[in-house]
Design a protein around this ligand. Structure first.
Ligand code: PFF
Length: 451
């Protein structure tokens, strides 16, 4: 079905689309609250180390697999390995795409609704807003629908075109809000929170949070970059393109920190507010500003834009599987997968109004949405990344993958050797240890070794 496959029209188009996938609620909603509850600057240092030492080498695995095979995660493994249990790792990626889309779409729907709420009901809390199923479900449906419509238009006309317009707009709007926050009296305390690390607050949980956040933020571990890499021509330089994507994503996460914390500290907010941080604290801050409703609306437009380029990639992974390997049309695939994500996400949309759904808990995560995020947004991405790292390094072979990375004037031979060491040893081992720390028995084993 090669005729159904698209190709990016330029490397810049790919970089924008891949950065669009990476930059999303993960950067603007999740990064600030996770950094806020994990000590600020110390967490950020760990996060940067994870991006550079673990995520970037791993990103090259996904890009090499994608471009070499020109397939979705399942098809890529089938092509490289001809079937067997490794195919299940690809299938896990496809399933993870649908499941992350399901709850991510709910939060994206709130962000979208907040554009209008800024004008219509500025003092309404997130609790009251999200507990109204008559708001939450239609907003969720609208967001899935927008995603379906972009992905239905295909790679060049839909995804690439949307990213080209939306991503520069996002950067511009963020810079505007940062300038506003930094000029408030008392903003420097927020800057300090972001740049003066206190390592005494770091625990294994902080490391896990940093690694999980880095994978989620860079869209890694479920084959999104295999899929996006599959639309790249041989002439593209994977090394520099991948580095640009990581740089943009990390830059936007840091900018989100600088957009939120200086203003938050200036106006006496609490950095450890958790998931509602930007939905509660920011509107409170905006309310104290001149033209506050307008600034709030701009902020939530920005957040919706960032979320849309990410939901598009979450949908594209399963859609590319059905198009490549099940020979479905793109139109049928987007509607079926989008519909499935909507149904799976309904409990997440209903959770704020349902004590039963709120009472679900697993390994420290609470509520249906929190548990979904733990399973799919944390564990599944880390497991997927560890296995795909082992697959690239040892099964497909780092030299074969390295040959793909060298195409298009990419990596040097020495670069491949250096990268190969990371994907064969450092990355899988580090991810394994972090995963181990999730379980009580694992924590005890680690403690015994680490003393
Ligand atoms: N990277 C996105 C964000 O930071 O919001 C979320 C995401 C998109 C995760 C696509 C995984 C993925 F495949």
């Amino acid at each position: 079905m090669q005729q159904n496959r698209g190709q990016w029209q330029s490397t810049a188009g790919f970089i924008l689309a891949a950065a669009g996938s990476a930059i999303g609620l993960g950067n603007i909603w999740r990064f600030p609250y996770v950094a806020g509850t994990n000590g600020g600057a110390a967490f950020i240092v760990l996060y940067l180390a994870c991006v550079l030492l673990i995520c970037l080498p791993y990103l090259y695995c996904e890009l090499a697999m994608g471009r070499h095979t020109k397939k979705n995660p399942v098809g890529a493994i089938l092509k490289l390995r001809g079937g067997g249990p490794w195919t299940l790792v690809g299938a896990l990626g496809v399933l993870t795409g649908v499941c992350i889309l399901s709850y991510y779409g709910v939060i994206a729907g709130w962000a979208f609704g907040y554009i209008f709420k800024s004008f219509l009901a500025p003092s309404m809390t997130l609790g009251d807003f999200s507990a109204n199923a008559l708001l939450g479900i239609p907003l969720f449906a609208i967001f899935i629908l927008m995603t379906v419509l972009v992905v239905a238009r295909g790679v060049e006309k839909g995804i690439e075109k949307a990213a080209r317009v939306l991503m520069p707009m996002l950067l511009l709007l963020m810079l505007l809000l940062i300038a506003r926050g930094l000029t408030l009296p008392g903003a420097s305390k927020g800057v300090e929170f972001l740049v003066k690390p206190d390592f005494s607050v770091v625990t294994m949980t902080t490391v896990l949070a940093a690694l999980g956040q880095a994978f989620f933020s860079l869209s890694l571990g479920m084959g999104a970059m295999i899929t996006y890499g599959s639309y790249l021509p041989k002439s593209a330089n994977l090394q520099t393109s991948g580095a640009w994507v990581a740089l943009f994503d990390t830059g936007i996460a840091l900018l989100a920190g600088f957009m939120i914390f200086p203003a938050l500290f200036a106006l006496g907010g609490n950095p450890t507010a958790g998931p509602p941080l930007i939905f509660e604290a920011l509107p409170a801050i905006f309310a104290q500003m001149p033209l506050g409703s307008l600034v709030a609306a701009i902020f939530f437009i920005l957040l919706s834009i960032a979320a849309l380029t990410s939901t598009v990639s979450l949908l594209e992974v399963p859609v590319s599987y059905f198009v490549d390997d099940r020979r479905w049309t793109r139109a049928k695939s987007v509607w079926v997968v989008g519909g499935a994500a909507f149904l799976i996400g309904l409990p997440a949309a209903l959770e704020p109004s349902s004590p039963a759904l709120q009472s679900i808990s697993l390994m420290g995560a609470t509520g249906f949405l929190g548990v979904m995020d733990l399973i799919w947004g944390n564990i599944s991405l880390a497991v997927g990344a560890m296995l795909l790292c082992i697959f690239t390094g040892w099964v497909w072979g780092f030299r074969n993958a390295g040959a793909e990375l060298r195409e298009g004037g990419g990596m040097t031979a020495a670069g491949v050797a250096f990268w190969g060491f990371f994907v064969r040893f450092v990355c899988p081992l580090f991810i394994f240890l972090v995963l181990l720390s999730l379980f009580p028995l694992g924590t005890r084993i680690l403690a015994a070794f680490l003393g």
